[in-house]
Design a protein around this ligand. Sequence first.
Ligand code: SAH
Length: 293
Amino acid sequence: MQWAEISALVEENTREQVTAILEKFGHGGAAVEEWEGESNGSRHFIVKIYLPNKRNLKKTEGEIVQQLGSLPFKVAIAERLIKPQDWFESLKQHFGIQEIGERFIVRPSWIQGGLPESTRIILELDPGAAFGTGLHATTRLCLIRLEKHIQTGMSVFDLGTGTGILSIAAAKLGAGKVEAVDIDPVSVTAAKNNVKNNGVNEQVRVSRGTLSLARQRSLKNSSDLLLANISVKVISALSKRMAAVLKPGGRAICSGISNQGLDEVLVSLTVAGLKIEAIDQDGEWYAVIALKP
Ligand code: SAH
């Protein structure tokens, strides 16, 4: 698949705001590099993201331009199409071994050996074009909550599984059964491969679809944990169905929430009958933990 690289040259004091917008769109978040060019003494950075060159590329670009346009300063962006091997090279540069939370270490599948000696649980991932490397704050917020709430034998529903990272993590922490779904076929393929390579295919079932699948499979009141690292829109629209899938006493861990969308999510989850238990923050991103009474 061909990819579009979108990059913005920014100054140090505008870097965070621009990154916060771009990383919402980029596959695997945004990469920030110091710019080596001529810059009369002040530091400059290049913020880069990658988007699959698919039909909706122009629409996504339009949204990016619109959101950058709402900032109180001007941001120039450049775009180029890159070949699959260049995309992979770029991914390899930015995606390395990372320790996340207290329990996990994420390792890209192409790095063998070289792991620091530790008792951490290894999540080995080949993201391909799917989202979920742990580079993104929204994924990390979920992993940290997961290690806090999971107990051996629990049932987990992973809505929007991407690379499968959260399902693999849940299984390795002892979940009994994990239902992972994604509407994107590329993610389903990546997740299935990653689940297999991590040896958790007995526990994790990956399917293409969304929460309606839960109804088809009679999964009402079946999950102890529901993970949804998606977006304000999707979480708000699906709050009622998420609540239905949870057992009484079960928890929804919702992530991918921007500051502007936080209230909308809180209201939707509350209207769906869930009790807001906690709100976590990492930079510009929020995760909401809601309990089914
Ligand atoms: N769970 C991973 C990936 C999150 S990215 C992580 O935490 O890193 C969000 C994923 O949700 C994408 O793969 C996208 O294809 C999927 N998605 C978006 N809307 C969805 C919906 N309505 N139902 C199911 N999956 C959805």
